[in-house]
Write a protein that binds this ligand. Structure first.
Ligand code: BEZ
Ligand code: FE
Length: 300
């Protein structure tokens, strides 16, 4: 038996875990211990700070409900979700359009609407049309692709926040036509603050960050044989376009609504975006994240 200090306890913990049967669990568990111990040594973590950290993580867990996933939010604001997204995309057989975060407001089972439908039940601002084509990387149109759309209202709130999850609004699912085309009507969503009334919001305030996401429309696109694409279109004139709190914006996803002679609804300002889908390796999914309701059910 040897006396343990702040360095040798790391070796000892690793040796106790060495029998982990699952090799991937072993790799992840060992790296987590090495990095956690190194982190505590680097900042010379005090008992008070360690307890504060425990209290924070407890509060993050307790803030989760079937309508709110505070742990994913924590991952998002720390940039971890963006790192996982980027790592996941690097493993793809080929790359399609740039991906972005799924976020905590995706819901399975939104209504399937005909192309051209308005996704906002009672629009109070100018209607715009979003249109384009879905094709593969060779430019071959992908007909029958399912495009799932969700966004905030003109007031910057998702239906889950405005209606406490009681009914769906500002969401709709569309199938592309045989030539890959799609179009739907909406209103420009307002950029919004991530939920700031919980422990993650408190942390973001202490870091002197604004907590905002620039105005965007989420898109989840799937078709047989293609890697599911999770992405979002970001409005370029939003004041926070360069400082997204959750690191989801890429230049290739920035759009603007403008007068467009090619708009499928004449006279209506349009956002034009063509999506590219990558071919999928067998069993491969492009989705990073889940409907939070399902995560809560799985935890029960
Ligand atoms: C969203 O885009 O819906 C979102 C993403 C991460 C955190 C909060 C919201
Ligand atoms: Fe969003």
């Amino acid at each position: 038996m040897r006396d343990l200090d702040e360095f040798t306890v790391t070796d000892e913990a690793l040796s106790q875990m060495a029998g982990t049967a699952n090799p991937r669990l072993k790799e992840i568990g060992e790296a987590a211990v090495r990095h956690l111990h190194a982190f505590a040594r680097e900042v010379n973590l005090t008992p008070e700070e360690w307890l504060q950290g425990i209290q924070f993580m407890t509060a993050v867990g307790q803030a989760c409900t079937s309508l709110r996933q505070e742990v994913i939010l924590l991952s998002d604001v720390l940039g971890l979700s963006a790192v996982v997204n980027a790592l996941h995309d690097k493993k793809a057989r080929e790359l399609g359009s740039q991906s972005s975060l799924l976020g905590p407001f995706f819901r399975e089972g939104a209504p399937v609407l005909p192309n051209g439908a308005q996704i906002v039940e009672k629009p109070t601002e100018e209607e715009i049309v979003v249109y384009g084509k879905v094709a593969d990387n060779d430019g071959t149109p992908v007909g029958g692709a399912l495009i799932q759309i969700w966004q905030t209202s003109e007031r910057g709130l998702y239906d889950l926040q405005e209606r406490m999850g009681e009914s769906m609004d500002m969401r709709g699912n569309f199938l592309t036509e045989a030539d890959g085309s799609y179009h739907f009507r909406t209103v420009r969503p307002l950029g919004y603050s991530i939920p700031m009334d919980g422990p993650v919001g408190e942390m973001v305030k202490l870091q002197n960050r604004h907590g905002m996401r620039p105005s965007h429309i989420h898109c989840l696109i799937g078709a047989d044989g293609y890697r599911e694409l999770v992405t979002a279109l970001y409005f370029g004139d939003d004041p926070n376009i360069d400082s997204d709190t959750v690191f989801g914006v890429s230049q290739s996803l920035v759009v603007n609504a403008h007068a467009d002679p090619a708009s499928p609804i004449p006279g209506m300002r349009a956002v034009h975006y063509d999506f590219r889908l990558a071919k999928a390796a067998p069993g491969e999914s492009g989705r990073v994240g889940a409907d939070p309701t399902k995560l809560m059910k799985a935890a029960e």
